[in-house]
Design a protein around this ligand. Structure first.
Ligand code: UD1
Length: 340
């Protein structure tokens, strides 16, 4: 049985990926510092898969702990989710973002290198493309200057990994996620709400639940068919499965370069208004909204050309926007039930 380290394995995408790893016969050890999640996610994962993943509470900012972990544990690969991800917060606290996302990455790579662990999967983002000149976006599209320290950490992370792969045994795949949405069908794991949501789907869901009064749609004067901005919303379970495909590619030594990059999206763009309509259709719930000014830093449109991932990883998104939105709603309902 292959053993995989999942950093940030109790987070949103991490927890769904741990479930898919265990369902695919991998043994998992999770590192998480619980900075943006809660310990009970471990029990939820266990109740979904009937397997309790090993858990080590380490803060990756502590170099000694990271290096000691790699001495103590023999792993066949690392999927590295642990990072901070709030764009606005990164603008306010750039040094925290560079320490949380970059310093920690260098420690993990050093620990791997010192202990001959070579297979690495990195959570990157379509944010590296900025507003791409052509749509859909292929992996050959040039990366653009980052709009925020968060975006910069994804760009820099890719560079650090590629540079390291040139001079060590590191074999890496960076997955450039488009917009992850949804939750596991059991509604036992999902994106934990912390404060006022900054992302669209959590805001839509909380508005439908009556927690927020009204969704602000940021701009209806974009050069798109209905004037609202377009994104590629991918179900988190499909996204999790992309990690298994990437991992198998590395373990089977099918990778064609030491460091590879893949877009992970559905290939379909949806506007903000289309998302609101699709949510109402999928759930029967009404969403109050109003149009407000554009949000600084937002781009007009981004959706993936997924040809490379389809062909090379043998992976394709299967779940629809409606299924993603319905699962987000089911997850929200389960949270409301707990809070009652
Ligand atoms: C945002 C981040 C991006 C990050 C991604 C992770 C910004 C500027 N970008 O992307 O770096 O990788 O999250 O998922 O924050 N919208 C509204 N009202 C809202 C919230 C969002 O109209 O209350 C609109 C936005 O203007 C955008 C779309 O919904 O057009 C999606 O927004 P969001 O979910 O925040 O994702 P991104 O901005 O694409």
């Amino acid at each position: 049985m292959k053993k995989i380290l999942v950093t940030g394995g109790l987070g949103y995408i991490g927890s769904h990926t741990v479930v898919e790893l265990q369902n695919s016969g991998f043994e998992v050890v999770i590192i998480d510092n619980l900075s943006n999640t809660t310990f009970d996610v471990l029990d939820k994962i266990t109740s979904i898969t009937s397997i309790k993943p090993e858990f080590v509470q380490i803060d990756l900012k502590n170099k000694k702990d990271v290096l000691q972990f790699f001495k103590n544990y023999t792993v066949d690969g690392v999927i590295h989710f642990a990072a901070s991800k709030a764009v606005g917060e990164s603008v306010e606290q750039p040094l925290m973002y560079y320490e949380n996302n970059i310093t920690t990455l260098t420690y993990v790579l050093q620990g791997m290198n010192a202990n001959n662990v070579s297979n690495f999967i990195f959570s990157s983002s379509c944010t590296v493309y900025g507003q791409a000149d052509e749509l859909p976006i292929t992996e050959n599209a040039p990366t653009k200057p980052a709009e925020s320290p968060y975006g910069a950490t994804k760009k820099m992370g890719e560079i650090i990994i590629e540079d390291t792969s040139k001079v060590t045994d590191l074999r890496a795949i960076a997955l450039r996620y488009f917009n992850p949405i949804g939750a596991h069908e059991t509604a036992k794991i999902g994106e934990l709400p912390l404060g006022v949501p900054q992302n669209l789907i959590p805001y839509v869901v909380q508005t439908a639940a009556g927690i927020r009064e009204c969704l602000s749609i940021f701009g209806d004067d974009y050069p798109t068919p209905d004037g609202t901005a377009i994104r590629d919303y991918i179900h988190v379970v499909d996204l999790a499965k992309a990690h298994i495909a990437a991992l198998n590619r590395l373990l089977n030594k099918e990778n064609k370069a030491k460091c590879e990059f893949f877009n992970i999206g559905t290939g379909t763009g949806s506007s903000v208004l289309e998302v609101v309509k699709a949510f109402e259709k999928a759930t029967g719930k009404k969403v109050n909204y109003k149009i407000v000014d554009r949000r600084t830093g937002d781009i007009t449109a981004a959706y993936a050309d997924t040809t490379l991932a389809n062909k090379e990883l043998g992976w394709k998104a299967k779940l629809s926007l409606e299924e993603g939105l319905a699962s987000s709603w089911k997850w929200q309902e389960s949270l409301l039930n707990v809070n009652l």
